[in-house]
Each structure stands twice: as C-alpha cells, then as structure tokens.
Design a protein around this ligand. Sequence first.
Ligand code: FES
Ligand SMILES: [Fe+2]
Length: 412
Amino acid sequence: MLRQYWQPAALAEELDGERPVVSVRLLGENFVLFRDQAGRLGLLDRACPHRGVDLSFGRPEDGGLRCTFHGWLFDVDGRCLDTPAEPEGSVLKSRVCQPSYPVLERNGIIWAWLGEGDAPPLASLDCLEAPGQQVFAFKGLWACNWFQAQEVGIDPSHASFLHRFLEDEDEQYGLQFRAQLANTGLASTKLLREVPNPVVTVQPTGFGFRLTALRNFQNQFTHVRITNCVFPNAITIPMSGEISITQWHVPIDDTSCYWYAMFVSYGQPVDSSKMRRQRIGAVELPSYRPKIGKTNNWGFDPVEQRTKTFTGMGPDINVHDQWAVESPGAVADRTKEHLSPSDVGIRMHRRLFLAAAENPSQPNLIGKSNPSQRHGPAAIDAVATDEAPDACWRKADRERREISGWAPPLTD
Ligand code: FES
Ligand SMILES: [Fe+2]
C-alpha cells in the first residue's frame, strides 16, 4: 500500500558530492539513485542484471551508470546501452533491461514512485508547492519500525511531558515550545506544563485527518494546536509562528526508518545553510544516523532530569521523540498496550491504515485524490478568547496564507 504513494528516497544534497550516485534502501528493497551527465535522475534496482553486483559502486559516465564488474552501462530508464566485454556485434544489450522507477526532485527531496500503474502527481501540500527558498529539508535515521515513528506525531498530549522544560527560556534550536503565546505573555512551555491534559479530537480530511488539541488556561483563554496525519506516513505540525514541519516516516525495512522533514516558512525565507549547520553535526554521514541513540542511552543525564528537562535527554525535542519511538524496541509489542482516550489519533490512524492495506488501490486519500485540491495542511497554534476554537485557528491560518504571497487558501 505504501508503494501507491510517492515516497522520499534521498535528500537532494546526497547527490551533491564527488559522485552523484547513492545507495538507497526503501520499503525493504535495494536501489541505486543517480544523476546522469545531462542532469536526469534515475532510480534502478541495485543488483546488476548480469551477475548481481552492487551498481551503487558504478561509474557515472557515458550517459548512464556503468557496472564496475564487466562494464555494462545503464541509462536512467534502465536501458542497457553497452556490454563492452561481449563479442563485437553482440545484440545482448537490446535484450537486457534493469527495472527503473519514476523519480523527481522537489524542494530538497528526491521522490520515488514504486507503485503500479502511472504515477499520480505529487500531492498538493504546502511544503511541496512552496517556492524553494521557503523550504528546508533534512532527514535522520531511527532504529525502529516506521509505524512507531508515525504514531509519535499524531499524539498531541505527549508534548506536556516528553518535551517539558522545567524553566522557560528563549527559543533556540531544538528548544521548541519556548516562544511566547500570542498576546498572553505566557511561554508555550509553561502552558504545556500547566495544562497537561488537552482535549484531543480528530476530524477526517481529504489528506488523512486533522488533530485539534485544546488547552484551557485558567478560564482566561483556550490554546488551540492544530496538527495533522497526512496519510499514510507523514505528519504536519507547527514549529513556530512562521514555520510548519511536514515529516515523512519512510520504512527502510521493518526495523529501521528515515524521517524526512520539510520545514516550510509562510513568512521570511528559510536560512537553509544555518538550519543544516544546526543539524548536520548531530548525525553521521552518509547514513544520517544520530550520534545519540540506544548505544549511549539517548544522552540521559539524571541531574538534568531533576533540574532542567522532563526526559534528562537534552533540549533537542528530536532526541526526545527518538527515545519515545526507539525505546519500545524495533517492533513494538502492541498486544501489551493500553490505549487511552488521549490516543484518539493513534486509533484513527490504525483504522485507516488497516482499511487501506486491505484495499490498497482505493483512490480515497492524498496521492490519489484530486490533484487540484489544496490540502495545506494547516498546522498552527492559536489563542481563542471569545471566538470558537475552530474559527480562531482558521482565521490565523488564513491571515498567514494571505501574507505569504504563495500559499493558497485551504480547501480542506
Ligand atoms: S555484473 Fe555488472 S556487468 Fe557484470
Ligand atoms: Fe514529540
């Protein structure tokens, strides 16, 4: 079923180095991704169709990728252009074809379509349609099944605990929830601490579903936080007043996944080199595996847990989420769970997922739906005093879209 949706296969920056060839493992299969000298992208099965060696060690030359074992040459469509070790006049190359897959580049990510039939257009999401200077993309490796990763993003109540800061400081990298809430003089982290039990509801949409988390603060106002499940394996959440994050959780195989995040700004252009600098030091390349993880207890420090953060795992909320999804084990045992009313998003996603897995061709959700439909989605924090929460966040989202100059109104 996941193959019926465009999936992130690599960051565009992975092809920027010495050699535009990268080894990709996606949905349990091995591929090679490369850019030819004409700039065209190709995604091919990784095992050479001659004797099975790894084509990601191939030479990008002569209009394709040349296998380093006997020199067979393949173009971006998988056509064999040359079999130089064969006798003069051999027509073998006309009979050989390597499986290839549609691939395209958009806003820092290279997308692959592994599905059956014609590839649909990319979904009309803000992060995919925004001008390039409004978007920054990055990725990271998590050592767990992708479904666990997806579920952390559709669980609005954990922010009051997992991401709790015991003090209110100014916002800096990784320290989300420190900004002041509009017109309240209150840091959002304080609100999250003081109102730990939001009222969470879900509403089905054309892209999946929207989560609304309401936190009433001392009967003075209601904080509205809008997050989204972009079915089947992405979420969209607010990062700051200007920036939303859409994050895909893409299976590498059953026990590991990549998150691919697209940060889209509705205000000032993003400072991509600064955002990359802030993140690149925390991962190993070329795997984008975080340096902090299970092997070093996710950086856990008991003194910090007593004095600074709820987790004791530093200020970076990415690390908190990583612990939350990795510590149950690579494939969590869900038979031992006790889902609660605040897990309404998790229940909804599991229902949708099981239904779609039983009928993967059903054209009902994003990627298959009407490409002219503008999904957004809206991911925003708003403060409602007199008006209804729904009207309040819609107004805040409408204003932000108008100011952006590029984001169309929501139709969903
Ligand atoms: S194995 Fe690739 S050319 Fe022989
Ligand atoms: Fe989180």
